[in-house]
Design a protein around this ligand. Structure first.
Ligand SMILES: Cc1cc2nc3c(=O)[nH]c(=O)nc-3n(C[C@H](O)[C@H](O)[C@H](O)COP(=O)(O)OP(=O)(O)OC[C@H]3O[C@@H](n4cnc5c(N)ncnc54)[C@H](O)[C@@H]3O)c2cc1C
Length: 409
């Protein structure tokens, strides 16, 4: 029976790979698996492209400037795969831009990020009209000219879902997975949904974002310290006369300002006349019962003070941000991803991709490729060839570590 017909039945359906969760990671994993010729099913508990997880909205930064040297090889692999996917789709989701990393010279994470491919130190007096940023003496200001940019998040998720379907994947939304069990006799797994449907997969990939601890806890009895945080995306009005200056089209960068508060931004792009400038942090939350506002006033006040001090005269802070959008980070204690076999009774039949700690979007295509290869081949050859070391992302990585609360990775 063809996979599409099988998925239409209310009875059991057979797939080579079942992916649970259709955010950026699951959508990329489904695309990678289907591209390998695997009969692939992607299950999502809400409507496709919903706003309730971590992959919605219109801007995510892609940058090489990483304090941990383990990430730039993954960024480079992802960048190649973003390019391949755009070429296949025939449209773009990545708008190139420079990236500016700045902060006090005493900030070790900043120095490490610059050292790991974060660009060259420049005098900001010669950049972006010379007057946008006012940074104190002794600050490091480093710009990477190439390879950075802004990813249109929801459009990118939609692109990978469309490409997955083009390669033969079946995509089903409003399917909440409530059970994953080993088939009797050990041949693969049975995946069940809250409305009573049942699917059989030789392998299963779990990419459920902020719901990871809940689902993995209930299906495997494993306690993972992956803590959802409630984040607010803040858009601010640009002062009249400066609108063009701060656009991606004018070459304005994505930027990350290290220290306290850690503030980051993408250039004016998706909402003309507005610029996204965010505080990098937020309070713990339950993904099923968010209050949708926590972190709001506090984060907005901190960002407003930062803007007044470091970008004076360019952005309106009176009255606060004009748009606020809710989102979630899924933090691990050391802010490293979890990409591993679930193990236990599932052995290598279930692969987990989780804990992307507020910095995973840019890596989506690389993570999807890794998850698909782990599921299909038992090893991630493409990543190994690209110099990505998966030993940093094992499930047991965070034993004994305290929880993290920001993506100062
Ligand atoms: C405000 C904000 C700014 C960010 N900025 C950046 C950035 O600049 N650069 C960057 O690289 N990253 C950034 N990130 C991080 C990045 O967006 C996330 O790491 C990434 O989106 C995580 O994707 P995911 O697929 O793991 O999770 P999600 O997108 O949450 O996807 C998980 C999916 O699983 C579904 N699901 C859950 N439970 C079940 C179930 N039982 N059955 C079926 N489906 C289920 C959910 O509904 C959801 O659709 C940012 C995140 C936020 C919130």
């Amino acid at each position: 029976m063809a996979a599409a017909d099988a998925a239409g039945d209310l009875g059991r359906a057979d797939f080579d790979v079942i992916v649970v969760g259709a955010g950026i990671m699951g959508s990329c994993a489904a695309h990678a698996a289907a591209s390998r010729g695997a009969r692939t099913l992607l299950l999502e508990r809400f409507d496709l492209l919903h706003d309730l997880g971590s992959s919605h909205g219109h801007s995510r930064t892609i940058r090489d400037a990483y304090p941990k040297a383990r990430y730039p090889p993954m960024v480079r692999l992802a960048r190649r795969l973003w390019g391949d996917a755009q070429a296949d789709a025939g449209y773009r989701v990545l708008t190139p831009s420079p990236h500016l990393a700045m902060g006090p010279r005493s900030n070790a994470a900043l120095l490490a990020a610059v050292g790991n491919g974060g660009g060259a130190e420049v005098d900001l007096a010669g950049r972006w009209g010379g007057g946008v940023f006012r940074v104190p003496d002794g600050w490091v200001t480093a710009v990477s000219e190439l390879g950075g940019g802004v990813l249109d998040a929801t459009k990118a998720v939609a692109m990978f879902q469309a490409l997955a379907v083009k390669k033969g994947a079946v995509v089903r939304d409003n399917k909440e997975v409530v059970g994953i069990v080993k088939e009797e006799g050990g041949a693969g797994v049975r995946v069940t949904t809250s409305d009573g449907e049942e699917f059989h997969g030789a392998k299963c990939i779990v990419t459920v974002g902020a719901w990871t601890s809940k689902l993995v806890g209930s299906v495997a009895g494993l306690e993972l310290p992956i803590q959802p945080l409630h984040m607010l995306t803040l858009y601010w009005k640009i002062r009249p006369g400066h609108e063009h200056e701060l656009t991606a089209a004018a070459g304005f960068p994505t930027f990350s300002s290290y220290g306290d508060p850690h503030v980051y931004s993408t250039p004016s792009l998706e909402l003309p006349g507005l610029i996204k400038i965010n505080y990098d942090g937020g309070p713990p939350c339950d993904p099923n019962s968010r209050d949708w506002v926590s972190g709001g006033g506090d984060a907005a006040d901190r960002v407003a003070r930062w803007i007044e001090e470091f970008m004076p005269g360019h952005v309106v802070t009176d009255g606060g941000p004009v748009v606020r959008q809710s989102c979630m980070y899924s933090m691990t204690p050391d802010k490293d991803f979890v990409i591993d076999f679930l193990g236990g009774e599932f052995g290598q039949d279930v692969v987990l991709g989780a804990g992307f700690s507020g910095h995973g979007f840019k890596m989506g295509p690389a993570v999807g490729m890794i998850l698909a290869e782990l599921a299909i081949d038992g090893e991630a050859r493409t990543a190994a060839e690209a110099g990505v070391e998966l030993r940093h992302f094992k499930i047991n990585q965070f034993k004994g570590n305290p929880m993290g609360n920001s993506k100062d990775d």
